[in-house]
Design a protein around this ligand. Structure first.
Ligand SMILES: Cc1cc2nc3c(=O)[nH]c(=O)nc-3n(C[C@H](O)[C@H](O)[C@H](O)COP(=O)(O)OP(=O)(O)OC[C@H]3O[C@@H](n4cnc5c(N)ncnc54)[C@H](O)[C@@H]3O)c2cc1C
Ligand SMILES: NC(=O)c1ccc[n+]([C@@H]2O[C@H](COP(=O)([O-])OP(=O)(O)OC[C@H]3O[C@@H](n4cnc5c(N)ncnc54)[C@H](OP(=O)(O)O)[C@@H]3O)[C@@H](O)[C@H]2O)c1
Length: 591
């Protein structure tokens, strides 16, 4: 049993301290590595100039099978629902659960979750691939630990434990009663005369709700790389978020005589590959860009530590995550005297030192020199979601595990036998797509129409427009979670909790004042759009990074069409400021 005698500090990812960081090598060394980063990025951009359009999340026709729920069983027929609730959540993941918990605390009784899956959990319902676990310490990632009186079993909770936590939250807050599962919201339309949202679904329902919360997830709709011939493959295939255990068996013994391929080496693949490598007859890993893999250092929670935790321990951790770093007067003076260019240079050099440590770790753990070289990521830390895993790199030492390094090109053709790369045919029994998800889109599977029937996508056509990434003018009583123009946090539940607290407080305010509707003012929305623009595009970081979903696959996009980069603390402060002056930021109507 390790540490955890004291409450360990929340993890800070990707922040390199410019004060303490001292270059360990001459500047030319760092410049050469930066040059190599740029070359590797350019290579990838050359291979896929189409940016985000290289992917499709339109999983219909021959691709429809990649989105079918393998866990929920047969869909049982039911009568359409035709009723009215006060708060309706589109989606049943953490966003819905933790906001509902707060609403219950405010005394809101009528809460409905509408969810495509057969249960709550969202990400943790859908993603059951072998090895699935969180990559943020569970003491921070799992929300509502104080309220649930629960201490996670490990430093990094595994998927099933997180899923069970979601279910426990739904039980504790009585969220199953009105919830409806295996149901997709297809339209959400505001009726201005009634001041009500009308929600229709793929099950023929017509529900009405005073407040709607779009909690449809940041990464919940699977996407596929558009690869020539993929529909021709005659073997078995599925996406990581729709793991077919009927085929692989729970213990993966169904793969013992199978040749397996996996496309992608992002965070999902990194967790699945060690288990696949151990179970499959042969495993081919089709890599386009390697992930950075650092030490995981997982441990079982020390029961003595857990026993001593007093109520409010998680809230204290969350508060610490929001605290400004304490600097001495000397440090403040040093920072003030440092030019912007020097700060950036120090950050970058420290980042490069970190990445070269990641490279050394690969050399230590992977025996074959060619494979080790191919596994080295050549980009700045945090250009892609970093991974922490102790089993991923060593799995490539097994004779049955083969890395197919496509050197930035990716798989571009699949035949009925499997991927074809540079003239070589890879004959597979099963092909797994670890190609990720549509990112931070509000209204997936769904059409949101606000005042005057304006489709949210049409409103956003000339740029996303929100207040705090949560409210959008012309969409009264609608709240958005996990969308763009909000802050980005490595621990996403921190951000979602912050949004959930804000949304519940807004709804409580409207209820207490007898308001029928609340809508952001045009001025408040414009203020926030300008805030987002002001903080984005200040550095060339996005352009410098290798393509991935963090930088819109290298596409240049409008400055307002991304996350708020002013920092999480600042975002949190802005939420509070808006709530302190509700009448200034919103237009309210009474009956
Ligand atoms: C494999 C994986 C691992 C992750 N690990 C971490 C981690 O370690 N740390 C971290 O901070 N973040 C992690 N994330 C991000 C994770 O998505 C968030 O942490 C969080 O769980 C999101 O919760 P949510 O409720 O906003 O969205 P989700 O959990 O995605 O839930 C949204 C739900 O909405 C449903 N839905 C969407 N549209 C509709 C509709 N029209 N009608 C009905 N239902 C709909 C979806 O089916 C889905 O279940 C991970 C993501 C993935 C994919
Ligand atoms: N808790 C966790 O540890 C955890 C686990 C899973 C997911 N997540 C979250 O979910 C996000 C999504 O992760 P993900 O791994 O599912 O998706 P992802 O990060 O988007 O990764 C997709 C992968 O597919 C590759 N790819 C796409 N097209 C390809 C092609 N034609 N040929 C070869 N490779 C191709 C990509 O390569 P390129 O890099 O070259 O684009 C990338 O490696 C993560 O970033 C993270 O936020 C977290």
């Amino acid at each position: 049993m390790k540490e955890s005698k004291d409450i360990p500090q929340p993890q800070v990812i990707g922040a390199f301290n410019v004060l303490s960081s001292k270059a360990t090598k001459p500047q030319e060394y760092y410049d050469r590595i930066k040059q190599k980063f740029a070359e590797e990025r350019d290579l990838r951009l050359k291979y896929r100039p189409e940016g985000t359009a290289q992917y499709t999340s339109d999983l219909t026709g021959a691709l429809a099978k990649y989105e079918i729920d393998p866990y929920g069983g047969e869909i049982t027929p039911r009568e359409p629902i035709n009723d009215t609730v006060e708060c309706l959540f589109i989606g049943g993941g953490f966003s819905a659960l933790l906001t509902s918990a707060r609403l219950r605390e405010y005394g809101v009784e009528s809460i409905r979750i509408v969810e495509r899956g057969a249960d709550v959990g969202g990400t943790w319902y859908w993603n059951r691939y072998p090895g699935v676990a969180c990559d943020v310490p569970s003491y921070d990632y799992l929300p509502l630990l104080d309220e649930m009186d629960y201490v996670p079993k490990n430093r990094y909770a595994k998927g099933p434990e997180i899923y069970a936590h979601c279910q426990a939250i739904a039980r504790k807050y009585n969220l199953y009663e009105l919830a409806t599962f295996r149901t997709t919201v297809t339209s959400t339309v505001w009726d201005d005369a009634e001041k009500m949202w009308h929600i229709t679904t793929d099950r023929g329902d017509h529900m009405r709700a005073r407040f709607v919360i779009c909690a449809n997830g940041t990464l919940s709709k699977p996407k596929l790389s558009k690869i020539k011939g993929m529909e021709l493959f005659k073997g078995h295939s599925f996406h990581t978020s729709r793991w077919d255990y009927a085929y692989t068996k729970e213990d993966l013994s169904g793969l013992a005589d199978k040749v397996v391929g996996i496309i992608g080496t992002g965070a999902s693949a990194v967790q699945a590959i060690p288990r696949l490598g151990a179970a499959a007859k042969e495993l081919y890993v089709f890599q386009r860009t390697p992930s950075s893999i650092d030490i995981r250092n997982d441990w079982a929670t020390d029961p003595n530590w857990a026993r001593k935790l007093s109520l409010g321990w998680q809230a204290k951790r969350r508060a610490r995550a929001l605290m400004e770093p304490q600097l001495t007067d000397e440090q403040k003076a040093e920072l003030a005297a440092m030019s912007r260019a020097e700060k950036i240079r120090r950050q970058e050099n420290a980042n490069i030192d970190y990445m070269t440590r990641i490279h050394r770790r690969i050399d230590e753990l992977v025996k074959d020199k060619v494979t080790a070289e191919a596994l080295k990521p050549w980009y700045m830390f945090m250009c892609k979601r970093p991974c922490f895993d102790d089993e991923y790199l060593p799995i490539f030492n097994r004779p049955n595990v083969h890395l197919v390094d496509t050197k930035g090109k990716g798989i571009t053709e699949i035949t009925e036998k499997g991927p074809l790369f540079e003239g070589k045919q890879y004959e597979l029994d099963v092909l797994i797509y670890a190609t990720g998800f549509e990112v931070q889109k509000t209204g997936i599977y769904n059409q949101v129409k606000g005042e005057r029937g304006l489709d949210l996508n049409d409103k956003y056509r000339d740029g996303i427009r929100t207040l705090l990434g949560i409210h959008s003018q012309g969409y009264p009583n609608l709240f958005i979670m996990g969308g763009y123009q909000a802050s980005f946090q490595f621990n996403l539940t921190d951000m979602l909790q912050t949004q959930g607290d804000h949304i519940a407080a807004c709804i409580d305010y409207a209820r207490r004042h007898g308001y029928q509707s609340m809508d952001a003012t045009a001025e408040a929305e414009e203020w926030w759009v300008q805030e987002v623009i002001e903080h984005r595009g200040k550095t060339t970081r996005n352009q410098d990074c290798t393509p991935g979903y963090y930088n819109f696959e290298g596409e240049s996009n409008r400055r307002q069409d991304g996350n708020y980069n002013g920092g999480f603390r600042q975002y949190f402060t802005h939420l509070g400021e808006v709530r302190a002056k509700m009448e200034e930021h919103f237009v309210f109507t009474k009956k």
